[in-house]
Design a protein around this ligand. Structure first.
Ligand code: KIV
Length: 268
């Protein structure tokens, strides 16, 4: 399989559905890549899934660069997209360009993602024209949680739906190679998907979109309270809890390590 890139992801619209996942480390990126995942997003959900923050807002450039480089080392065929963290692209275009460039130059990312619709069109155009492909992100944009008043379903009114359509069109016209649409009713997912010539990747936006994205920890059953749309494909938290408890008990009783876990005795 040839490595996915911005052009092939864009060209997949209407041809095949994209299976996308978030990833934060080399090992899980390698497994997802081998399973045929087209696009690995190093999401700033890193803050909650791995780093123990309450939201994505505290995540820094240094943390995102570190984890993006780790995912790049595990990806062979999947395209790796780095999520630009809060305040890394909102202050001014120069800073945004420099930070986006660091993801490509220092961490080896294939593209970056920014949250926001029409307001980001100019930035998307600048980055794209300078060689940095951009994945858009509209609907529920977690970096704006304090403005949105929580992690809520978006696009529930006609006006909100029209705004999403305008935002998606602005991003596509500016050169975004694909757009993430998060947490909307499925009819909005269908309308946005039909309105733009680039793939719309659903994060809880229904089955009519051109692709689906899940947070890896949600789909593996590692998240305590996953969102409604996150289907669990495994129950790893329970498996890990059982393994940790069994190990702790065997260390206590002396059952571990057994002879098969020990090296041959030193020769006399
Ligand atoms: O940070 C993240 O994981 C994301 C995806 C859910 C789109 O932004």
């Amino acid at each position: 399989m040839k490595k996915w890139n911005a052009a092939s992801v864009k060209a997949s619209k209407g041809v095949s559905r994209l299976a996308c996942l978030t990833a934060y480390d080399t090992g899980s990126a390698r497994l997802a890549d081998a399973a045929g995942i087209a696009l690995l997003l190093v999401g700033d959900s890193l803050g909650m899934t791995v780093l123990g923050y309450d939201s994505t807002l505290p995540v820094t450039m240094a943390e995102m660069l570190h984890h993006t480089a780790a995912v790049v080392r595990g990806a062979t065929d999947a395209m790796v997209v780095a999520d630009m963290p809060f305040l890394s692209y909102q202050i001014n275009r120069e800073e945004a360009f420099r930070n986006a460039g660091r993801f490509v130059q220092e961490a080896g990312a294939d593209a970056v993602k920014v949250e926001g619709g029409a307001i980001r069109a100019e930035l998307v155009r600048t980055l794209t024209e300078n060689g940095i492909p951009v994945l858009g992100h509209i609907g529920l944009t977690p970096q704006s949680v304090n403005v949105l008043g929580g992690y809520k379903v978006q696009g529930k009114t006609r006006a909100a739906c029209d705004r999403l359509l305008d935002d998606a069109q602005a991003l596509a016209e500016a050169g975004a190679f694909a757009i993430v649409l998060e947490c909307t009713p499925p009819d909005i997912g269908a309308a946005v998907t039909a309105a733009v010539p680039v793939p719309v990747i659903s994060v809880g936006a229904g089955p009519a979109c051109d692709g689906q994205m899940l947070v890896m920890h949600d789909m593996l059953g590692l998240t305590e309270r996953p969102p409604k749309f996150a289907k669990p494909y495994a129950t790893l938290a329970a498996t890990m809890r059982t393994a940790f408890a069994a190990y702790a008990a065997e260390v206590q009783t002396g059952a571990f390590p057994a002879p098969e876990h020990c090296y041959a005795p030193t020769a006399p």
